[in-house]
Design a protein around this ligand. Structure first.
Ligand SMILES: [Zn+2]
Length: 130
């Protein structure tokens, strides 16, 4: 991969990281406190119960994405030459995929094989809706 391409991916990873950290406040790091949280403001509690459930699942997603971004940045530092190749089949991960998901470790095919529920099949189901 070209150095300027790597630099662009690094910039993108860092921007994504910053955005997640900013959006999630400190909550991403204090995920363990989630179990005890939820008794904040009594007046707001009823209609925010759902929001909290959604927010906490979002926080988990954010924390997971953050971990993947950090791992990608580490890979980028440790072995820039290998960055952007699929961890399973060693093929190059297409630039477009890396642009959307700079932390991707697998090409689309291998990702679909490992994680069929999130692969193409489900998308088709959703497409047929309505
Ligand atoms: Zn692959």
């Amino acid at each position: 991969m070209l150095p300027e391409h790597l630099a662009r991916i690094r910039a993108r990873l860092e921007a994504m990281r910053e955005e997640i950290v900013r959006e999630g406040d400190a909550r991403v790091r204090v995920e363990r406190e989630e179990a005890v949280a939820g008794s904040a403001d009594e007046d707001q509690a009823p209609h925010e119960e759902m929001d909290q459930a959604i927010a906490s699942s979002r926080n988990r997603t954010r924390a997971a994405t953050l971990a993947r971004i950090d791992a990608a940045l580490r890979r980028l530092d440790a072995d820039p030459d290998a960055f952007g190749t699929c961890a399973d089949c060693d093929d190059e991960i297409p630039a477009r995929r890396l642009e959307l998901m700079p932390f991707a470790r697998l090409c689309v095919d291998c990702q679909a094989k490992r994680d069929p529920a999130r692969g193409g099949a489900r998308k088709h189901v959703l497409d047929f809706k309505g």
